[in-house]
Design a protein around this ligand. Structure first.
Ligand code: HEC
Length: 98
């Protein structure tokens, strides 16, 4: 078995075993947004709903907030605290909310 095959097998195993942990992680991450965006992204106030947002759109908006290209006092500060991976998890989570 080549080193690359071995690495590939390891990655596959790791990604399988971390799948459940990631789901929990995403819900936990998303709970930090609930105060403003509602439970699971179902907004009841003036804030936009995140539930059902397109993944690509979500990631793009978070990056725009991070770089300040989309100005928002609240979200610019908020988005900066999240890594690329966490944003991808959040995008996945919210896009699945109906
Ligand atoms: C303190 C309140 C607050 C919190 C907490 C908050 N947001 Fe926001 N968010 C806002 C407001 C207000 C807007 C609207 C900003 C604007 O358009 O100027 C917004 C907009 C957004 C948008 C753009 C939605 C669209 O339709 O374009 C995304 C994506 C977003 N927030 C994601 C998140 C995520 C993910 C979290 C949690 C990690 C979060 N927000 C936490 C207040 C908040």
């Amino acid at each position: 078995m080549s080193l690359y095959q071995l690495l590939g097998a390891c990655c596959l195993l790791l990604s399988l075993s971390s799948l459940h942990a990631q789901e929990r992680n995403a819900a936990l991450l998303a709970s930090a947004c609930a105060a403003c965006h509602g439970t699971n992204g179902h907004s009841v106030a003036g804030t936009p709903s995140l539930a059902g947002l397109d993944k690509m759109y979500f990631v793009e908006q978070m990056q725009l907030f991070q770089t300040g290209q989309r100005p928002s006092t609240v979200m610019m500060k908020h988005a900066k605290g999240y890594s690329e991976d966490e944003i991808r998890l959040l995008a996945e989570f919210f896009s699945q909310q109906k």
